[in-house]
Ligand binder design. Structure first.
Ligand code: NAD
Length: 479
């Protein structure tokens, strides 16, 4: 099935007539073509967005909200179809797409459809000066949204929904590795009555299509989720044009386990936080630090549970671990397993490709646990972004805090303890944008989301996203 661009409410073939192969990770087969859109296509998308902006930015909040909620309802009505498409494109289990990814994409539209009606701006009376200041929150104009392959529709809509709710028009590019559900979204938007040109979706490589978006002088803001190196490149290109940027980047998140935690809940959640979505979630806890008194017990129990995970075809309901997203990504993860061995890490389980019957060319890998002898080794410092975790013991709170913070990233951290004072001390000192205590990936869409250090700049989520997608203009009236 071939994907097309969605520009001005119509599906279009790319002007370049250049196409990329779309691979199914579960089988390794090419099952469709993706446009590699050129500057001309991005310009067409921009022109459509620019023409739609005056009317969309003046559309009442009730009407914008109604359309966003309609998109949400249509996504829910098409749940099975979208879940299957997401799974085929990405390799994730269909059940996961059905229970998490697609419902979350629908929630993104519903949430921001409601949030925009509650988005208040501030006012300040300048007492003694007979003046009143108030703030207008105006849409920026045409904005760019660029998203990665790991949570394709979930993250694509996490940007688009607040952008259009706030009255902007959008030129958006999903990952070239997983374009399918973004492609299908165009049809849903048309059916929901989203005016032509408010959302334009262009497909293609980062270096061609993505580059054309970030270089466009009149696309005034870019919301980007993806790798740290790409984020740094975007910041460099955008700086001379003073574009507004939100960068949600890589992570190498610590999962810190103290002996006083609720052990069974911790163990179950740690399996999920390590391997959900084949470990390809920026928030996965890829570095596990365990208090020494329970280290040996944890090691035995954890490895036993990980060995029981079933690697299989994503459409099998018994599958826990589907396929990795692409062959190059599988090879990158395998390289890291070799690096771990060279660094004297011990592979406690996993480490090998899996041959799934009838799908021998799929990109399957065993969930892998590596015991490391130092937190400074490469597998403990660099983002692997696959079903691979490291484990090591620690002795004191100070030691683990130091190790947790001694990476270039700072996206999320998970803490397992029932000590309230320790919770507060650690939460204050962990270098991360998000700290979960006694849980993982419990998301409330009202909360700020983002990272520190090489994990990004800016916050999305709730009113933070609406702030990003608007310009604040203060008006001071002397009366
Ligand atoms: P990537 O940086 O390779 O690509 C992300 C997107 O950027 C894709 O759409 C790609 O085509 C585009 N792109 C690439 N080069 C570009 C350029 N020069 N100009 C404009 N766009 C360009 O990342 P990926 O491999 O798709 O995703 C994995 C990464 O995403 C991991 O590092 C992961 O941690 C990160 N991630 C972060 C979060 C978060 O919220 N912080 C969430 C999910 C994934």
């Amino acid at each position: 099935m071939s994907v097309q661009n969605y520009i001005n409410g119509q599906y279009e073939t790319p002007s370049s007539n250049e196409w990329l192969d779309n691979f199914c990770p579960a089988t390794g087969e090419v099952y469709g073509k993706i446009p590699n859109s050129s500057k001309v296509d991005v310009e067409n998308a921009y022109i459509a967005a620019k023409s739609a902006f005056p009317s969309w930015s003046q559309t009442t909040l009730e009407e914008r909200s109604r359309i966003l909620i309609k998109i949400s309802e249509l996504l829910e009505a098409n749940l099975q179809r979208f879940a299957e498409a997401e799974s085929k494109d990405n390799g994730k289990p269909v059940l996961l797409a059905k229970e998490v990814d697609i419902p979350r994409a629908a929630s993104n539209f519903r949430f921001f459809g409601n949030a925009i009606t509650q988005f208040a701006s501030e006012s300040h009376e300048s007492v003694g000066h007979d003046a009143l200041n108030f703030t207008l929150r105006q849409p920026i104009g045409v904005v760019g949204c660029i998203s990665p392959w790991n949570l394709p529709l979930y993250l694509f809509t996490w940007k688009i929904a607040p952008a259009i709710a706030a009255g902007n028009c959008v030129v958006a590019k999903p990952s070239e590795v997983t374009p399918m559900t973004a492609y299908l979204l165009g049809e849903i938007c048309t059916e929901a009555g989203l005016p032509k040109g408010v959302l334009n979706i262009v497909h293609g490589l980062g270096t061609t299509t993505g580059q054309a978006i970030i270089e466009h002088p009149d696309i005034k803001a870019i919301s980007f989720t993806g790798g740290t190196a790409t984020g740094a490149h975007i910041a460099k290109v955008a700086a001379p044009m003073f574009k507004k940027l939100s960068l949600e980047l890589g992570g190498k998140n610590p999962n810190i386990i103290f002996a006083d935690c609720d052990y069974d809940t911790m163990l179950k959640t740690t399996v999920r936080s390590s391997f959900a979505n084949q470990g390809q979630i920026c928030l996965c806890g890829s570095r596990i630090f365990v208090e020494r008194s329970i280290y040996e017990k944890f090691k035995t129990d954890f490895v036993q549970k990980v060995k029981a995970l079933k690697v299989g075809h994503p459409s099998e309901s018994s599958t826990n671990i589907g396929a990795l997203v692409s062959k190059p990504h599988l090879e990158k993860v395998l390289d890291y397993i070799e690096i771990a061995k060279q660094e004297n890490g011990t592979i406690l389980c996993g480490g090998n490709k899996v041959s799934v019957k009838d799908f021998e060319n799929g990109y399957y890998l065993e969930p892998t646990v590596i015991e490391v002898i130092t937190d400074e080794c490469r597998v403990n410092q660099e983002e692997i972004f696959g079903p691979v975790v490291t484990i090591m013991p620690f002795d004191t709170e100070d030691d683990v805090l130091q190790m947790a913070n001694k990476v270039k990233y700072g996206l999320s951290a998970t803490l397992w303890t029932n000590d309230l004072k320790r919770t507060m001390r650690m939460s204050n000192q962990l270098q991360a944008g998000i700290v979960w205590v006694n849980t993982w990936m419990m998301r409330d869409l009202r909360t700020p989301f983002g990272g520190v250090k090489a994990s990004g700049v800016g916050r999305e989520g709730g009113f933070e996203a609406l702030r990003f997608f608007t310009e604040a203009k203060n008006v001071c009236i002397k009366y």
